[in-house]
Write a protein that binds this ligand. Structure first.
Ligand code: NDP
Length: 322
């Protein structure tokens, strides 16, 4: 089968479209015929070696397709079922082997492409809005990179929970999209100081929670946007990793809370995974959650997709099709 592998860490040029053996499912595992793989920022961390892994690596943490072969002891899915998954590496390929416990069943009214476009970023936005910081009606949230994959879904889920959303993004085109998704205020942080703006918009008090997937470029200023005892949710590092921090900073800036969550810990049980995936698919089906697919690239052009996401171009989801 064809797959995108890396044999060294580096830029998009290290991605190789090559022939590899079709993987065999072991006990408790399922082989999926991939119809679409999602491109996520985390794939670039694996490619650069910022998240360490043993080479060679088949990239891709998200996919959807049909069940093609079952390992011993698998009972919850059958050959031909449509499934989606996140957080098992190897989806940039024609086939992938995934633990049964990681699979979400895809409802009939949702295509494999649509499922691959939402399962990872949708469950991420879900846990951020409903578990890491439980958003309610009287909360004010600052959401960075709000036109991106996770950002756009998080804006919608935060509004769904009744919060007031102050969003940031880098261009007017992105700002228009973020407003359409329901953000109450949009700050062009490429042009104005977002800390000053966030304070002004909250009468100097600050927000209850900052959702920051940008990292290095926004982290310290984001702490200054929080009200007393507010929560900093650092969930990614699109601009680079945040340097080490003295915990005393949290004290001096108002008894702040800091967390660095990751999806795996919020879908660690099958029940939790099914609940989060089920909510996301249900909101999609009912039209409450908009999941725009920005671009679909052939699998062979995965390097282009990486240049696109790292070039800050995404206005929605990027997919690869084998
Ligand atoms: P996005 O589509 O949001 O792309 C990243 C966005 O970050 C860009 O579009 C850009 O928006 C913004 N950005 C700001 N500075 C930079 C920079 N220097 N270089 C590149 N982008 C920059 O990607 P994803 O939705 O896939 O991921 C968003 C974040 O969420 C990532 O940090 C990712 O690691 C994290 N994540 C974390 C998970 C978890 O479990 N913790 C799970 C999934 C994602 P703009 O131009 O508007 O600034």
């Amino acid at each position: 089968m064809k797959a995108i592998c890396i044999h060294e860490f580096g830029g998009p040029e290290v991605l190789r479209y090559e022939d590899v053996a079709i993987p065999e499912p072991g006990p408790g595992e399922v082989r999926i015929k991939i119809e679409a793989a999602g491109v996520n920022y985390v794939d670039t961390y694996h490619r650069t070696g910022s998240y360490k892994g043993e080479l060679p690596i088949t990239l891709g943490m998200e996919g959807a397709g049909t069940v093609d072969a079952l390992g011993a002891g698998v009972t919850s899915v059958r050959h031909g079922d449509q499934v989606a998954y996140a957080m098992t590496r190897g989806s940039y390929a024609e086939y992938a082997v995934v633990p049964e416990s990681n699979l979400a069943r895809v409802p009939r009214d949702i295509s494999a492409r649509e499922a691959a476009a939402v399962i990872l970023q949708g469950m991420t936005a879900h846990f951020l809005a409903t578990s890491t910081f439980v958003l309610h009606r009287n909360h004010v949230a600052l959401i960075h990179a709000a036109a991106g994959g996770v950002g756009g879904l998080l804006v919608q889920m935060a509004k769904r929970r009744g919060a007031r959303v102050i969003a940031t993004c880098s261009t007017e085109e992105k700002a228009a999209r973020v407003r359409r998704l329901g953000a109450d205020e949009v700050i062009l942080y490429s042009q104005v100081d977002f800390e000053t703006e966030a304070k002004r918009l909250t009468d100097g008090i600050g927000v209850h929670v900052v959702y920051d997937g940008v990292g290095q470029a926004t982290f310290m200023k984001s702490l200054n946007c929080l009200r007393r005892r507010g929560m900093m949710v650092l969930f990614g590092a699109a601009s680079g990793p945040v340097p080490p921090l003295d915990p005393q900073v949290l004290n001096t800036k108002g008894s702040l809370f800091l967390t660095r969550p990751t999806l795996s810990d919020y879908v660690a049980t099958r029940e939790r995974l099914q609940r989060r995936a089920g909510d996301v698919f249900a909101w999609m089906s009912s039209g409450e959650l908009e999941v725009p697919i920005d671009r679909t690239f052939p699998l062979a052009e995965a390097a282009e997709a990486h240049r696109y996401i790292e070039g800050r171009k995404t206005l929605g989801k990027l997919l690869l099709t084998p």
